[in-house]
Design a binder for this molecule. Structure first.
Ligand SMILES: [Fe+2]
Length: 202
């Protein structure tokens, strides 16, 4: 039994205190530690180190009640779960239609599925960038991500596109630093691209 010295309340005899939930601050610290290996260019080790923190955050059922509204760049509903001046953790409702068009970020980002299913693809741009408005992308990774599955979108493959496969789908992105002030959005079928300014840089 423990006693709270501030208000004099005591836990009922025989009632075990529940462990504190995995906090967003703890998650941010774990992701930052995992991201340190990105400086040596090891996306694979970053992925491996992300698995445990993502699994722990996935277990929280209260995230829709935790965030502050954020103006989304590609989606109608998104919320800040955490921001410390550098790292942003954002929860967002993943749209089914229209799909989020392939776009770049200029910084690393990881996206994982909290609830639902997402068809997600990561691309690398392979053309010589000499013809304005034209671009060739090569798909480097594609698949359906379910709860706890995640993708790392980091230069040189910092281009991704995605959409939800069912209506109640939520994703979480973690990024560090500011997005580029001008992003490139790609039209795969037309082999074209255009520059747009994101609403939110974090
Ligand atoms: Fe993105």
């Amino acid at each position: 039994m423990s006693t709270n010295a501030l208000d004099g309340l005591a836990a009922a005899p025989g009632v075990a205190e529940l462990p504190a939930p995995y906090s967003l601050r703890d998650f941010a610290g774990d992701v930052a530690a995992a991201a340190a290996v990105l400086e040596s260019g090891s996306t694979q080790r970053f992925r491996a180190a992300l698995a445990a923190p993502v699994r722990r955050l996935l277990a929280r059922d209260d995230l829709l009640d935790c965030g502050l509204p954020r103006p989304g760049n590609n989606v109608a509903k998104s919320w800040y779960l955490y921001y410390d001046g550098t790292m942003s953790i954002v929860l967002f409702k993943v749209p089914m239609q229209p799909a989020v068009q392939p776009h770049d970020h200029g910084i690393w980002e990881t996206l994982f599925v909290w609830r639902g299913q997402v068809r997600h693809a990561v691309y690398e741009r392979t053309d010589d960038r000499l013809i304005q408005g034209r671009a060739t992308l090569v798909e480097r990774e594609a698949g359906v991500l379910g709860p706890g599955d995640f993708a790392v979108v980091a230069p040189p493959t910092d281009i991704h596109g995605f959409h939800a496969l069912d209506d109640d789908t939520y994703g979480i992105t973690v990024s560090s630093g500011q997005y580029k002030p001008e992003r490139i959005y790609y039209n795969l079928e037309a082999g074209s691209c255009e520059i747009r300014r994101p609403v939110t840089l974090r």
